[in-house]
Design a protein around this ligand. Structure first.
Ligand SMILES: [Zn+2]
Ligand SMILES: [Zn+2]
Length: 393
């Protein structure tokens, strides 16, 4: 039996337990940095499959590092498992975790004959969008010696190399002064007005930014009562641009909108975060091509053209991930795998419900096998292998 057939056979044997893992994580959604159960279940699954498992690596209690095999080409699969506030696994990270574990188990079963070392990195807190798990694990050495990193993310439809742009998340705090809103308003300094001015300025700024830039946020504190002039307000905002360089030029313009709110009202403003942004994704072209061929061999249709989104413009569908930061350091891929969810899309509660559907469960098997096969192909192709061996992270 060749290595790819061996990997498939091992994955078939693990299929039910991987679906069980996905459903368990889905039923117990945990926010970023709080993924105690999810990370433990991922670690347990790899423990049981003969991996050397370390929990709480890089001083991150919910990060996992598992390793198997001793071949020269070292491939890491990333598993995310954090949820979103209020809407559970609406980004399908339960599926990512099961795909990562499945790919690792399948590839590890043939690692030595294929010339592979396999790592599974359990990477917390992807959704926080500032200093996420992969950003910190990169800094703290978890990717050292790794020649290429891969993960597969669920989406409405399959895409080999989806647009992934840079993003920064920061918080804004205004401080003014309370007063009776009717009797003594002249004694108040209105922190809610400061936010209104900032949001108006951002609205006007939109005319003058690139079509690919994004600015979006929420008010997290808007005031305490309508008869008290709000003295404390807060907001969380994302700024995104195609690249970190473009983000660098956009961020100060958005910050000035928040400063305008303070200037106009006499409030003080404090901005925190945004200092450890997510980078754009550089998809490794050869690994993408291998993944595409393997996914197609499993009968999947990969749609990287905007027309194929079933009414949704997939070319507009740019998200951000800390896998981008990984991709700037070492060859990496981040294909999307379809779970046939349309009209439901990521970050909708309807997408959460699709995360345990038959299509989602099939995506676990297909995504894991396509990724394991991609690792095996990369090790078998001398040109690809030699290039990856010379580019350790
Ligand atoms: Zn998400
Ligand atoms: Zn996600």
């Amino acid at each position: 039996m060749d290595a790819k057939a061996g990997a498939r056979e091992r994955l078939e044997a693990a299929r039910d337990s991987l679906v069980g893992l996905s459903h368990r994580i889905h039923a117990h959604p945990e926010l970023g940095w709080e993924e105690e159960k999810s990370s433990a279940w991922v670690a347990d699954a790899l423990d049981g499959a003969g991996f050397k498992v370390q929990r709480g690596v890089c001083d991150l209690p919910t990060a996992v590092l598992a390793r198997a095999g001793s071949g020269p080409l070292h491939i890491a699969f990333c598993a995310e498992y954090d949820c979103l506030p209020g809407i559970g696994h609406a980004c399908g990270h339960n599926i990512i975790a099961a795909i990562g574990v499945g790919a690792a188990i399948a590839a590890a079963s043939v690692a030595d004959e294929a010339g592979l070392t396999i790592s599974l990195l359990g990477t917390p807190a992807e959704e926080v969008c500032n200093a996420g798990g992969k950003v910190l694990m990169l800094e703290r050495g978890a990717f050292e010696g790794v020649h290429a990193a891969m993960m597969v993310h669920p989406a409405p439809a399959d895409m080999a190399a989806p647009p992934i742009i840079a993003a920064a998340m920061f918080e804004v705090f205004y401080t003014g002064k309370e007063a009776h809103a009717s009797a003594f308003p002249e004694r108040g300094v209105n922190a809610a007005d400061a936010l209104t001015v900032a949001q108006t300025a951002i609205g006007l700024l939109r005319q003058h930014i690139r079509p690919s830039d994004r600015i979006h946020g929420i008010v997290t504190r808007g005031g305490e009562a309508p008869n008290i002039v709000p003295a404390h307000t807060a907001a969380k905002y994302f700024v995104r641009a195609e690249t970190l360089d473009k983000l660098d030029s956009l961020m100060p313009r958005v910050h000035r909108c928040f400063e305008a709110g303070a200037l106009a009202t006499g409030c003080t403003v404090e901005i925190t975060g945004g200092d450890r942004p997510y980078a754009q994704m550089l998809h490794d072209r050869e690994l993408v091509a291998l993944y595409r061929r393997n996914a197609e061999a499993l009968g999947r249709a990969l749609r990287d053209s905007p027309a194929a989104g079933g009414g949704i413009d997939l070319s507009r569908a740019a998200g951000s991930t800390d896998m981008g930061n990984v991709s700037l350091k070492l060859p990496a891929i981040h294909p999307m795998i379809g779970i046939n969810s349309l009209p439901a899309v990521n970050h909708q509660p309807e997408f959460t419900r699709h995360g345990v559907s038959a299509d989602a469960d099939r995506a676990i098997f297909d995504g894991a096998l396509a990724m394991a096969w991609t690792a095996i192909d990369a090790a078998a192709d001398k040109a690809v292998r030699d290039r990856l061996l010379s580019s350790a992270g």
